[in-house]
Design a binder for this molecule. Sequence first.
Ligand SMILES: NC(=O)c1ccc[n+]([C@@H]2O[C@H](COP(=O)([O-])OP(=O)(O)OC[C@H]3O[C@@H](n4cnc5c(N)ncnc54)[C@H](O)[C@@H]3O)[C@@H](O)[C@H]2O)c1
Length: 314
Amino acid sequence: MSPDHTSLAGKVAIVTGSGRGLGLAYALELARQGASIVVNDVDEEATSAAIEQIARAGGNAVAVVAPVGPTANADALVAAALESFGRLDILVTNAGVLRDTVLWKMTDDDFDTVIGVHLRGTFTCVRAAATHFRENGVPGRIICIGSPTGQRGNFGQTNYAAAKSGIVGMVRTWALELKRAGIAVNAVIPVAATAMTATVPYFAAAVEADAAGEPMPDFYRHDLGFGTADDVAGLVAYLASDAAEISGQAIGIGGDRVQLWSHPEPVVTGYREGGWSYEALADELPTLLEGGLQSVGESFPPLPEALQRPRPSA
Ligand SMILES: NC(=O)c1ccc[n+]([C@@H]2O[C@H](COP(=O)([O-])OP(=O)(O)OC[C@H]3O[C@@H](n4cnc5c(N)ncnc54)[C@H](O)[C@@H]3O)[C@@H](O)[C@H]2O)c1
């Protein structure tokens, strides 16, 4: 790793949803490492502000204001990289929206919107970038953003869990399909204080400290792996660099913590000659599965009293 922040010099990156939040932090860090950036967002004002911020920090960036999801917009992102900077090396699929509600209240539109931005947006953008990489012999780097919800499930997030676990499933598949072309595809599972997490009461004391320009309490940074967007950005830049040769991995990061997530694999295996009838299962499955049953959802430690904040009134 070069200590002089030139690990991505001469490279070009697309970061979707980079007008604010984590995407902006990724764009800034990729630029700091020397890459030119295609900033994409649906929020025109945020996009212009992001371009200015990157320029002020000495970087190069162009804007594409368009929603990810449709194929034409994915193609437009690749075209913008080629037209503005003459090449494309890195894609970060980060754009996201939430439409949280429990299953029985979730509308078709809630479901389709989240799937359209996260899952379809990731698919169309990666297809466009990977096609360019393969056709031009570019050993590209693709970083797709997952979520703890996709890994573990979460109350009120049917649509988001489907999209985010789907993204990690696609990453595993793409790591296989793109290996021969020398293209690496990894998932980052971030946790950070952004507009998405700012309203969660459990994180209120951390968000409050961050807004006041103070370091977040250790409980958040260390025990929960919850920090700022900048804490996540280094991993995205690292995975975008030639230094990272890994592919098909899901790496969690937040605050002071970095983690490698496992991929699902069988944890209990049983055999029965002639196969497993209903009767045989009723007889033997409970004992076979005992001790191997999996937990669902994330479990958080109780919030220390000093960090508890009154819930905002509805
Ligand atoms: N904040 C966290 O702790 C956390 C945890 C896990 C995963 N994530 C994921 O990280 C990514 C960024 O989240 P964030 O917390 O920075 O959220 P954010 O809401 O601050 O930023 C998301 C950005 O995406 C943009 N966007 C929305 N729809 C778009 C579309 N169709 N096309 C282009 N841009 C679009 C938004 O305008 C916004 O600027 C998301 O994929 C999110 O699911 C965040």
